[in-house]
Design a protein around this ligand. Structure first.
Ligand code: ATP
Length: 251
């Protein structure tokens, strides 16, 4: 499988402080990669560097064979990197379906530039597919402001998916969720596997175990370890790095 995303020796230096410090990672097409690391390890900064929100001071990011290092954020999004932030930013006064329509229209402006117009039937199929994937089909007419916290998170995830990104970045998708919502989120994410390439930043190791194939561990801006859940949980360097924060299971 070719790498969809390749990060080489990436660095950002914030006035002498290297939040990301010579970081390497390659994610294959169709892969679900989990990125873990203690608070301040540099995970969010890494996502910011991939998406062009923060500019790097060294290294390279390659997406689908193209060098996207320090590209403009909207252009990187248009190339097909979708990002779901930790705090949902849905339109509360619109229904679930209307939120999906807005997200779909946003993605259309990309296609319009390429003189391709989406057909209504195709549009509905995409929206309905995203509603199914995120378990929101029954909430189609519900105002987003009336959704539970978990459902708002799923709506935002669906709004990313309806734009058909080639790579989806999810920043702590279970933050603030109940145990049941977390379980449902792992079902949703497992349902996205193979169809999508996904990078998930997550702290909750129970959740990580339920979705994960390969974990990359970040520590002080660097890659500390990479491997299966079992390999990572038994890795001496990882255990040592997490000591003091209660061990890896409470990372
Ligand atoms: N713009 C900035 N200027 C200076 N320092 C920054 C900046 N952005 C982030 N940092 C620092 O870089 C380090 C990494 O932060 P980052 O938010 O990427 O960590 P994280 O792994 O996502 O942590 P958490 O799990 O708590 O979200 C932190 O010490 C943070 O204070």
């Amino acid at each position: 499988m070719p790498a969809i995303l390749e990060i080489e020796n990436l660095e950002v230096n914030f006035r002498g402080f290297r939040a990301v410090d010579g970081f390497d990672m390659a994610v294959e097409e169709g892969e679900l990669r989990v990125l873990i690391g203690a608070n301040g390890a540099g995970k969010t900064t890494l996502m910011d560097l991939i998406t062009g929100r923060t500019k790097s001071t060294g290294g390279k990011v390659t997406f689908l064979g193209d060098n996207i290092t320090n590209g403009q954020e909207h252009k990187i999004a248009r190339r097909g990197i979708g990002r779901k932030f930790q705090v949902p930013s849905v339109f509360k006064d619109l229904t679930v379906r209307e939120n999906f329509e807005v997200a779909h229209t946003r993605s259309l402006s990309v296609w319009r530039n390429l003189s391709v117009s989406a057909k209504p039937r195709q549009r509905n199929r995409q929206i309905e597919g995203a509603m199914e994937l995120t378990s929101l089909a029954d909430e189609s007419g519900t105002f987003a402001g009336s959704l539970s916290h978990g459902q708002s998170q799923w709506l935002e995830l669906g709004m990313v998916l309806v734009q058909s990104p080639k790579l989806v970045l999810l920043d702590e998708p279970t933050a603030g969720m109940t145990a049941l919502e977390t379980e449902k989120t792992s079902e949703i994410i497992n349902g996205l596997k193979s169809e999508h390439s996904i990078i998930v930043v997550e702290h909750d190791m129970t959740f990580v175990r339920s979705i994960c194939e390969i974990i990359t561990v970040m520590h002080l801006g660097k890659k500390l370890a990479e491997g299966t859940v079992e390999q990572i949980e038994n890795d001496r360097a990882v255990i040592d790095a997490y000591l003091g924060s209660g061990g890896i299971t409470h990372a």
